[in-house]
Design a protein around this ligand. Structure first.
Ligand code: S5P
Length: 495
């Protein structure tokens, strides 16, 4: 097996499926190593052993002795599967893994399913092609895993059709949190290579030099979320770790403060005070203060904003021990964002502990916000908008994946705004909006889930807006949301 793996690693290198140098990822991050396994379709002998296939065709099935020769990727991959759960279906994550899944399907004589990628937003055609029965177990096949989000998306569509997913077999694990993330979601991932083992094979074969291997391993140290094994699992599982433990793991000081505050105050409620009058906002802030972790504003919707407002809000924040988030959703180039953050009439950088920012511009958005903080020593954090709560949002697939990668690029990132458990790092906080006591929608596309369901889907800090601001008895509504959310958090961390 070891020799076969080394052989395939070298062949992957020879066909340029891996490149070394200075690359910029889709999310705008620097990386010294880049994988493009799409090229393997031009090298059939790398995908499937020609010996094996010919022998199989000509000699029937009594050819086990042939299999020790020249195993190619599909055979090696299928060897990884324990199939202890009795899987009866295979599904490749579109697109690179599709041919691999097809070859495994032929080799293992197991039917395969195809997940359509493009119809996701239109929802008219079937998402899963192929014949299956509800309750069948499906193994997912993937080429390269970074955060695991592509596998999770595929698994989600399979689960929606009544299939079960327990195992994913992949060629390469980039060791950036994917394995843990999948594990949290009940999927065991096995890979032919980790990025480190792959580099080891290339070094042994003298395809790369030691400095190249060192640059990859220092990159891994910077971006790595450790793979889990044995006793480490519990200590690194974001959803099961308690906030006070996670506060020690975060690189962002404002996030550490928030995690400690949520733990001591026993609240995960972030109140969205989307009102347009400063007195009304301050009145609600004073009432809600003892029960909330964060108060979230949209200052550009306020009719009578003056510089006195943030001062008064900060006083209430000190009095009741909550933090302030300005939900500005910055989305421009770094220079503009830097100007918008510290200047204008709002001077957000001066008073908001947290701000939100879209990831659309890539790394520049973080660089711009960092620049806007020059001379400000207070702890600040950014929440990156990774998935939106509204119907038809375009925050899908690779966008989510790239946003998760971007979240690892700076200590200024405190967390991600998302709807599901799309990242593994226990040092980052999942902020989830779109919450009411019952599942519903508003007339403008907002979708609501219940406190219980969002917390079990990974939400740490939970945004409630109109569920409180439109309630007849606001105080009771605040207390009800707070206690339902805390109860779900306690359940999650003790499960
Ligand atoms: O995807 C998102 C991201 C955010 S920050 N969906 C959202 O609804 N939000 C914000 O959460 C939104 O701007 C609003 O301030 C709050 C939800 O308010 P509600 O009244 O619908 O609970």
């Amino acid at each position: 097996m070891e020799d076969q793996l080394k052989n395939c690693a070298v062949r992957l290198f020879d066909v340029n499926a891996v490149k070394f140098g200075n690359f910029v990822t889709k999310a705008g991050l620097q990386t010294p190593v880049y994988f493009d396994l799409r090229v393997i379709v031009s090298h059939p002998s790398l995908m499937v052993s020609s010996f094996h296939m010919r022998a199989r065709i000509f000699l029937g099935y009594g050819i086990h002795h042939w299999q020790k020769f020249q195993k190619a990727l599909s055979s090696l991959l299928w060897n990884l599967s324990e199939n202890s759960g009795g899987a009866t279906q295979l599904c490749g994550v579109p697109y690179t893994a599709l041919p691999l899944a097809t070859l495994i399907s032929v080799e293992a004589d197991m039917p395969m399913l195809i997940r359509r990628k493009e119809v996701k937003s239109y929802g008219t055609k079937k998402l899963i092609e192929g014949e299956f029965k509800e309750g069948e177990i499906c193994v997912i096949v993937e080429d390269v895993v970074t955060t695991g989000s592509s596998i999770l998306e595929t698994a989600k569509d399979l689960l929606n059709e009544g299939l079960k997913v327990q195992e994913a077999i992949v060629i390469l694990d980039r060791e950036q949190g994917g394995k843990n993330n999948l594990k949290i979601n009940g999927i065991r991932m096995r890979s032919l290579y980790t990025l480190s083992s792959f580099m080891g094979y290339l070094l042994e074969a003298r395809k790369v030099t030691l400095p190249v291997v060192e640059s990859v391993s220092s990159y891994l140290k910077r971006t790595h979320v450790p793979s889990l094994s044995g006793n480490d699992e519990k200590s690194l599982n974001r959803l099961q770790l308690r906030f006070e433990e996670r506060a020690k793991l975060t690189k962002n000081r404002a996030a550490a403060k928030l995690l400690d505050l949520m733990s001591t105050k026993e609240t995960t409620l972030c109140l969205a005070v989307d009102l347009i009058d400063t007195d009304a906002i301050l009145e609600l802030a004073n009432m809600a203060g003892p029960h909330i972790a964060v108060l979230k504003t949209h200052v550009d919707a306020i009719e009578n904003f003056t510089s006195e407002f943030p001062k008064a809000l900060r006083e209430l924040a000190e009095k009741h021990n909550f933090l302030i988030m300005e939900d500005r959703k910055f989305a421009d180039i770094g220079n503009t964002v830097s100007l918008q953050y510290r200047n204008g009439i709002y001077k957000i950088a001066n008073w908001a502990d947290f701000v939100t920012a879209h990831t659309l511009p890539g790394y520049g958005i973080i660089a711009g916000l960092k620049d806007g903080l020059e001379g400000i020593s207070a702890d600040r954090g950014i929440f990156l908008v990774t998935e939106m709560s509204c119907q038809g949002a375009l925050t899908l697939g690779d966008y989510v994946k790239s946003s998760v990668v971007l979240s690892k690029s700076s200590n200024l990132v405190a967390g991600l705004v998302c709807q599901a458990n799309v990242f593994a790092d226990p040092g980052l906080v999942q902020l989830t909006p779109g919450v009411r006591l019952t599942e519903t929608t508003d007339t403008l596309g907002q979708r609501y889930n219940t406190p219980h369901s969002v917390v079990h889907a990974g939400a740490d800090l939970v945004v409630v807006g109109r569920g409180v601001t439109e309630a007849r008895d606001k105080r009771s509504a605040i207390v009800e949301y707070k206690s339902k959310l805390w109860q779900a958090y306690v359940e999650r961390t003790s499960s």
